[in-house]
Design a protein around this ligand. Structure first.
Ligand code: KIV
Length: 283
């Protein structure tokens, strides 16, 4: 096998597969064909990106959730392209294997396919993103088609799309009853338009399972039950930093507790004079 072939041949497994080259959208398509499930997490800086990348996480999402977990807003609406580009660039620099997906923030793609193209191009040129994510179904199809024709991989996002929180009247489960048929039609239209994957947020398990079976592109669930091809969580939620996490969050660590303990130990040793000792000082 020539080195050129090995650079582009599909990796064996998405999660924990060999480093050496970036995961691509072809690898993600191949995982769906194999029926392999995979994890995605958010990242917003180089150091955490490196930890997740070295753990074998194949896809890192620089979510507009940065509005809340990085910038301290109470929704994703206020964050701008200029806020997210430096975070995306840091995640790309901090990772070697993961495919890095940049979320297009509210107001940066809805007005026209041209606007979507200009915003996505900034994330790719200025930050080195490998793909972009947009919220919405058939209403943003022209944007998805324009991006795909320009060679930009698109991750779609359906269900509870947080940029529409005001239209939904709060963070509520979407797709119950008749609206499930609308969501299914949106998912099929996005696949047809060329999206390489679709996030399903806060939708009933049964609907997420039916969408997953109906599509040949992977579904990535967050509050969408166990039948999706992949699962995503915001890293601060899964690590236990978030104060009031949603029902769909499983806490895999108590980072808030651990950080509280560590910073109190540091403060106590500073005030008592126990830190620094000779070990942490220069002669
Ligand atoms: O912004 C984000 O973090 C997201 C994920 C929750 C899917 O869109």
């Amino acid at each position: 096998m020539s080195s050129a072939t090995s650079v582009t041949s599909p990796s064996t497994t998405l999660y924990g597969g060999k480093a050496g080259r970036r995961v691509t959208v072809r690898d993600i398509a191949a995982a769906k064909e194999r029926g392999e499930r995979w994890p995605m997490v958010t990242a917003y800086d180089a150091m955490t990106a490196r930890v997740f990348d070295e753990a074998g996480i194949p896809v890192l999402l620089v979510g507009d959730s940065a509005a809340m977990v990085v910038y301290g807003y109470d929704s994703t609406l206020p964050v701008s392209v200029d806020d997210l580009i430096p975070l995306t660039a840091a995640v790309v620099r901090g990772s070697a294997r993961a495919l890095v997906v940049a979320d297009l923030p509210f107001g940066s793609y809805q007005s026209s396919p041209q606007q979507a193209l200009e915003t996505a191009a900034r994330f790719m040129k200025e930050a080195g993103a490998h793909a972009v994510k947009l919220e919405g179904g058939r209403r943003i199809l022209p944007q998805v088609e324009a991006l795909v024709s320009a060679g930009i991989p698109v991750m779609a996002h359906l269900g509870l799309t947080p940029q529409s929180v005001n239209a939904f009247g709060g963070y509520r489960v979407q797709g119950r009853g008749q609206s499930g048929d609308e969501l299914m039609a949106d998912a099929k239209a996005l696949e047809h338009a060329g999206a390489f994957s679709v996030v399903l947020e806060c939708v009933p398990t049964d609907l997420a399972g039916r969408v997953t079976s109906a599509l040949s592109i992977p579904t990535i669930g967050i509050g969408a039950g166990p039948d999706c091809d992949a699962q995503v969580l915001v890293w601060q939620d899964l690590m236990g930093l978030t104060q009031r996490p949603a029902k769909f969050v499983k806490k895999y660590s108590d980072l808030a507790g651990e950080m509280d303990r560590a910073v109190r130990d540091f403060a106590d040793e500073v005030t008592s004079g126990a830190f620094p000792t000779a070990e942490h000082s220069y002669s």
